[in-house]
Each structure stands twice: as C-alpha cells, then as structure tokens.
Design a protein around this ligand. Structure first.
Ligand code: GDP
Length: 463
C-alpha cells in the first residue's frame, strides 16, 4: 500500500491531486483543515495488504471523516481488497478451528479408548461404559463425557478419604477416651476404678459410666452402700402384673430360653390364686416336635385346657371359646430371631388389634449381653409389656442381662431360677438382682488392677 499526504487550498483541488498522483483507485484515509487549505491523506492498495498498517491508519483521529471515504474510481477495488484481507484470514481461522476441533475430538476419543484398556480402569468405568457406547460419537467428547468419567475417579478418592477420616476418627476417639480415662484416673480415681471393674463384670459401658458417676456424690464407703439401690432404681419393675391383671398374655423370645416352662409356672401361680378353671393355655408352636405335648402335660397336671392354634384365625376362634377364662397364656414358637416365620408370626400378633394380647419377652440370664441386645432389638418390633428373666440359677453374672433391661427400658416382671414348676419362679426383686449382679465385683479376678487404689475398706460387701 502506498500512502501519501496532499495539501491544497480546498477539497476539490486536493482530490484532483490525489487522483493525479495515485490514480482513480486511491482512497482518502483522512482529511483535516490546516492553515491556508486542507490536508488529505490518501492511499492506494497495490501490494499485499498489511493488517498492522491498516490498524495504524484506522487509528482514531479528531478530524476523522472515514465515513466520507471515497473511491475515486467507479468501482471499489480497495474495499474488495479489504474484504479479501478479512475473508482470507477468516477462512483460514475457520479452517484452523475446524482442524483443531477435529484434532481435539480425535485425542479425546483416544483417551476414552485408552481408559478402556487397563483392567483396573475397565472395572472402574464399567458402570458408565454402556451409555458412552450408545451415545453419538461427538457426545463422548463433550464436557458431559468428562462428567461421566469423573465420578469414577472422584468416588475412589472420596472413598479413600472417607476411610482415612474414619481411621483418624477411631484413632482420635481411642486417644481421647484414653486421655479422658487418664484424666479420670487422676481427678476421680475411685470413679475410674469402679468403672473399670463394672466393665470387667460385664455391665454395659453406659450403665458402668452411670454407676461410676455416683463417685462424685459419695465417699467410697457411702458409694459401696449406695450402689445396689442405685442400680435397682435403674430397673423398671412391674411386679406380679400377669397374675394381678390376667387377660391374654403371649410369651415371646428366642428358642430354648424357657418360655414353655415359664408359662407353666405362671399358669400354676395363677391357678393357685384364682383356681385352675380360670386359666387356659394355647400354643402357636407347630414347628417344634412335642411342643404341644409339653404344654399339654403341664395343663393336665394343673387341670386347665390346652389348645393349639395353627394360624391367626384359629387363634381368634380359640380365644373366643376361652373367653370365660381370666387368664389365657399363649406360648409362641421360639424361632431364632432372624427367622422370617417369626417375623410373620409377630406381625400377625401385632396387626390383630382386635385381640388385646400383651406380649412378654422371655430372656435367659445365661445369654451374652450382645445376644440379649439383639433379641430385644428384634422383638421390640412388636409392643412389649414386660420381660421374664430365666435361668438365674445357671447364670454366672447378671450384669449383662440387667444392663440390657435398663437400656431397653423393659419392665421386669418375673425371674426363674430352676426347672421345677411352679416353685422356681419369683416376682422380680430388683434390689436383690442388683446385689447379685454387683456381687461379681467382690470376685478376686475383678480386683486385679489398681489394688492400691481400692483398699480393703472400700471392697464391695453387699450382704
Ligand atoms: P422354650 O423353647 O423357650 O419354650 O424353652 P423351654 O421352656 O422348653 O425350656 C428349655 C429348657 O430350659 C428346658 O429344659 C427347661 O427345663 C429349661 N429351663 C427353663 N427355665 C429354666 C430355669 O429357670 N433354670 C434352668 N436351669 N433351666 C430352665
């Protein structure tokens, strides 16, 4: 491009100079008034255009009259050239963008395929793979495809983080509880000592902590005296309520805990108070061989009717027949608590609200605390009116059973301590049970640690 400045007294003369010098293809780039005339900058585009120059020429000018640009010829070659200048790069840019896009697409396509290659990655990507295959090819290159791939990796990282956090939390909990125990050992040695012994005697941590907390309020000597009553107060005791109230009562619980035997004991107890003609027995246990015969034998000895109900309908009919009896006791099948048949049976019993059945959970004191907890958890799916604790005579410690009863809030009605019917059943005496449970603290094996802190004077002696 050739650019030239022209000076003339007026515009007409200036344009004439431009045409004469640069020809009809010249274009006026700018004009301005100057002393004595007018100055014009004109250009003619005869060589390859240079965008930088053009940008320079197009710089703002206070006297800019670029809108007045005139072509001195009948056609507009410069404009055409400009268009070419603009269009050529535009074409190139578009082509370039398309090429880049296609290259990117290819690269991303290869990345997805590469991800499918290693076995470990295949496993990770497996859940989203079918979607990606079905989707149009371009979709695999979109950000959505990235999103589809991201959760796999993110999930792994997230899981790893969760695991790390969980182990850190465990570590912290352990350290904090150790620190707390250390602190408790320093600030409340009696309480710490008592808690340790209660835990060793198989009380639950919650009950042990609650009892040990009493050390804040009592001297060691007072504490020894206060413990049994405090433990007894935590238990809910509703006494001889079955014999007192009568009604329809079902005994539920795990297999072999003593449901049938306890029913016979209660029936005999009730018969002794109200007469054998006021009590009747039903068994819904048609799974165990001899279940009916066992109950029938007890009924025969006591002189009360014993019926067997195979389903809820039959149970309703039998209950209607026995409507004149003050107490009807129902013995249920002692399925393992995870058995589905049991769930059905319990649901049936619960669902039939027309029958005012009160259910009592029978638990064996010989079972481990966790087993008892599990039983309570499962049988609490139906409303429970109370509990019967069996086999006290065979139990080494009552700590676990009492802890479970305290934590579940189940009222205790009766305890049994032998196989004899009806002698080996008593109305629960919570203070006596608490003493029996705390007796374990006097065992030499529970006095092994920190004997120096727990002197002779503070040894538990509840009798
Ligand atoms: P069920 O399956 O829950 O009905 O349990 P059973 O009533 O058939 O009792 C199972 C076994 O435990 C029987 O041998 C009973 O004699 C025995 N049994 C029940 N109660 C006691 C108890 O208090 N002490 C002892 N030692 N054995 C008991």
């Amino acid at each position: 491009m050739k650019i030239k400045r022209f000076f003339a007294k007026d515009m007409r003369a200036a344009l004439a100079q431009v045409k004469e010098t640069l020809g009809a293809d010249a274009v006026i780039m700018s004009n301005k008034k100057v002393t004595g005339g007018i100055e014009i900058v004109a250009a003619v585009d005869y060589d390859e255009p240079k965008p930088s120059i053009e940008a320079k020429v197009a710089a703002p000018n206070p006297f800019d009259i670029s809108d007045d640009k005139v072509s001195l010829g009948g056609r507009a070659p410069v404009r055409t050239n400009r268009q070419k200048v603009n269009e050529a790069p535009a074409d190139s840019l578009q082509a370039l963008l398309e090429r880049q896009q296609s290259r990117m697409n290819q690269q991303m396509g290869q990345a997805v395929e590469a991800d499918d290659m290693p076995a470990w990655a295949r496993g990770l990507e497996a859940p989203v793979a079918p979607k990606m295959k079905d989707a149009p090819r371009q979709a695999t290159f979109t950000p959505d495809a990235e999103k589809n791939r991201a959760p796999g990796r993110q999930q792994i990282e997230l899981d790893a983080m969760k695991e790390e956090l969980a182990s850190l939390r465990n570590l912290l909990t352990h350290q904090v509880s150790s620190l707390m125990m250390e602190q408790k050992n320093r600030t409340d040695p009696v309480g710490a000592m008592l808690e340790t012994r209660l835990l060793e005697a198989e009380f639950s941590p919650a009950v042990a902590a609650k009892l040990a907390g009493l050390s804040q309020h009592y001297s060691p000597a007072e504490l020894v005296k206060a413990l049994p009553q405090s433990l007894a107060n935590m238990l809910d005791n509703q006494g001889d309520d079955i014999v007192r109230r009568g009604g329809v009562v079902a005994f539920v619980g795990p297999t072999g805990v003593g449901k049938t035997t306890s029913i016979a004991k209660i029936a005999a107890r009730f018969a002794a108070h109200h007469g054998a003609d006021q009590v009747a027995l039903i068994t819904t246990d048609h799974y165990r061989i001899g279940a009916f015969e066992q109950l029938a034998t007890y009924g025969k000895i006591m002189g009360c009717p014993v019926k067997q109900a195979h389903d809820l309908n039959e149970l309703q009919q039998i209950l209607y027949q026995l409507r004149n009896r003050k107490l009807v006791l129902i013995d249920t099948a002692g399925m393992g608590q995870r058995d589905m048949r049991l769930v059905e049976q319990l649901d049936n019993l619960t669902a039939n609200s027309a029958l005012p059945i009160r259910s009592y959970l029978v638990l064996s004191a010989t079972s481990q605390r966790r087993v008892l907890q599990d039983a309570v958890k499962h049988f609490q799916r139906i409303p429970l009116s109370g509990a019967v604790l069996t086999k006290l005579d065979e139990s080494v410690s009552l700590a676990g059973a009492l802890s479970v009863l305290i934590q579940s809030g189940l009222p205790l009605s009766y305890v049994t301590d032998g196989q004899r019917v009806p002698e080996d059943m008593k109305v629960a005496d919570t203070l006596a049970l608490a003493r029996q449970a705390l007796d374990a603290l006097n065992e030499p094996e529970y006095q092994g640690i920190n004997n120096n802190m727990w002197s002779e004077s503070t040894t538990f002696a509840f009798e």
